[in-house]
Design a protein around this ligand. Structure first.
Ligand code: ARG
Length: 576
């Protein structure tokens, strides 16, 4: 149930608007732009006046005189042309905090009509170790997955493995070239296969015959050549096992491990549907679909290449059909590099033209690149692409530097586990604190610090409250009914009261950085509160009990926020 203060005030406003026979659509507040003047503001009188061509101040005055009958407001005023400023009585805020702390969802509502949301993220490829370019898809995707689930949607995540294109033929061709056959392929591990792929890549760039050969093998593999299929199964399995380890480390969860290859049969169906609907044409031996070019030039989509093979785009189109038919998707969300925006525009347009998923919504959440200090995609010192495992190890090394030596209470295992939770948290938070669409510079020096806008800072804030709670209990302080006795308590409570709106906005915009921002400011607001309002030395036991309850609420909400960002909250944080 939505227990937020905003919702409580909105309901009061709805009642007033009803009584005054005003359009209820405008009966809502938002957090005040001027916290020095009021807690909330309602701009409804202005909007109403505009739509009904009336005087906004006059409407505002009527609303206000009705609202003044309500005992929960400390102050109501009209500002400028007709903004209504509302401040709440402390008693209402305190009672609201009590209710929220007793609710297991902290008063956050679930959406009215839950949907089946298919999430496509990860997008790893056979034979390629995950690198820093795969980081954002996994990290942002996992956070959106958790947010969507939390608001009540049914979420099905699919990794959409890149296991069907020309690279498959290239690897097989390279193995055949070096070994004379595919007999030994099943003895190769991920490192061997990656190295075959690298060599194949270099060879195909220089040698047209090698490229042609790889193309032919890819086509035969796709058409069902048994020997190639068997060898390919091995490539796929080894690659899936390797990336599973990476995703486990990042705690990215996939319900389905399907790949482009699983869409193969459906690709043929797509070609037929396109033909029947008369939207495809043959062009230079390929079967293509031309797209609307009213706003900008848009290249046609190739359904079948001139050699008869299926390319990347048609596998995505076919996958839409499968997700609509088999998974009953109401919405499909792709978390993929924004450089693939045109690809998705094309794919969505063809899916619409063919009527593949008429009731489903498609959304591409495009993210920017992770850059180095030079503003170019992040590289290792020697100029190579940074693989994900190295990045994680680097972050762990950094965090380990600030850890104390193991002792009786915290042994090596404990510390290593903590190092890992902090290091992964640091990497993820650095990624999620940035607006998804913009790229960011990977901060090698500051991202794992305990101060500033970092993951460890939030983890530290949680651990600090844990320690406060322990100390309070040692001192015989129990948490009790919340009362507001000073400015800092009030500010903290109002900040906590924003939770529902913040989560709903992150959900609506598919933007985890809304949560990371909020977590950061909440942790800061808590700090200010705690500096001003001692728990251990509170003026009386009632205040101590109230503050302790507020502190616990902050901790639990910070934990929830980190969970929604995909980050662990260690019980204690150790420091040298
Ligand atoms: N494997 C692709 C790549 O590395 C990304 C896949 C993204 N998802 C999708 N449905 N196309 O570029």
């Amino acid at each position: 149930m939505n227990l937020s203060l905003e919702n409580i005030i909105n309901q009061k406003l709805v009642a007033v608007f009803k009584a005054l026979e005003l359009d209820e659509k405008f009966a809502f507040v938002k957090v005040s732009d001027r916290p020095d003047l009021s807690d909330f503001q309602c701009n409804g009188a202005l909007a109403l006046a505009k739509s009904e061509r009336k005087n906004p101040r006059e409407i505002a005055t009527r609303i206000v005189s009705e609202l003044e009958k309500d005992g929960d407001f400390a102050n109501i005023s009209i500002d400028g042309p007709g903004f209504i400023n509302l401040s709440l009585k402390d008693s209402l805020i305190a009672a609201n905090m009590d209710r929220i702390s007793e609710d297991e969802r902290f008063g956050v509502s679930c959406i009215n009509a839950p949907k089946t949301v298919v999430m496509d993220f990860g997008g790893p490829n056979v034979a390629k170790a995950l690198h820093v370019g795969h980081l954002r898809s996994a990290v942002i995707g996992e956070s959106i997955r958790r947010i969507e689930k939390f608001v009540g949607n049914k979420v099905i995540s699919d990794v959409h493995f890149g296991d069907w294109g020309t690279p498959m033929g290239m690897i097989l061709a390279e193995v055949i070239l070096q070994d004379g056959s595919l007999e030994k392929i099943e003895t190769y591990n991920i490192a061997d296969i990656s190295s075959f792929y690298k060599k194949a890549n270099a060879r195909c760039k220089e040698d047209e015959t090698a490229k042609e050969n790889a193309r032919v093998i890819t086509a035969e593999l796709q058409n069902g050549n048994a020997e190639y299929r068997k060898a390919w199964q091995h490539l796929r399995k080894v690659s899936v096992d390797a990336v599973k380890e990476n995703y486990d480390a990042l705690e990215a969860h996939f319900d389905l491990w399907l790949g482009e290859s699983d869409a193969h049969e459906t690709c043929a169906e797509i070609v037929k549907i396109a033909e029947q609907k008369g939207v495809s044409e043959v062009d230079d031996g390929a079967i293509i679909v031309r797209l609307e070019e009213t706003n900008k030039p848009k290249p046609p989509v190739i359904l079948v290449k001139s050699d008869g093979g299926f390319a990347y785009q048609v596998t995505d189109i076919a996958t839409i059909k499968m997700r609509a038919d088999d998974l009953k998707a109401d919405e499909i969300i792709y978390v993929v590099d924004k450089r693939q925006s045109l690809h998705f525009e094309q794919v969505f347009e063809v899916a619409d033209k063919l009527g593949l998923a008429p009731d489903a919504k498609f959304k591409h959440v495009g993210f920017g690149t992770v850059n180095g200090a030079d503003g170019k995609p992040f590289k290792t010192r020697d100029g190579g692409v940074m693989n994900l495992e190295d990045l994680i190890n680097m972050s762990k090394d950094k965090v380990r530097e600030s850890m104390p030596a193991p002792d009786e209470q915290y042994d090596t295992n404990y510390i290593e586990n903590l190092v890992s939770e902090i290091a992964i948290g640091a990497i993820k938070f650095q990624d999620l604190k940035n607006n998804t669409a913009s790229g960011y510079v990977f901060e090698l020096d500051d991202f794992a610090k305990f101060e500033g806008k970092t993951g460890p800072y939030i983890q530290y804030a949680i651990a600090r409250i844990n320690s406060i709670v322990r100390k309070a209990s040692e001192n015989g302080i129990n948490s009790g009914t919340i009362t507001i006795s000073n400015r800092e308590e009030r500010d903290l409570a109002l900040k906590l009261a924003q939770l529902n709106a913040v989560i709903m906005r992150a959900h609506a915009e598919k933007e985890p950085s809304i949560l990371s921002d909020y977590a950061y400011t909440l942790a800061q607001t808590f700090s200010t509160f705690y500096n001003a309002s001692s728990i251990m030395n509170a003026e009386d036991t009632i205040l101590a009990a109230s503050r302790l309850k507020l502190a616990k609420l902050v901790r639990d909400i910070l934990r929830l926020l980190l969970y929604l960002l995909g980050i662990k909250s260690p019980e204690v944080m150790l420091k040298k």
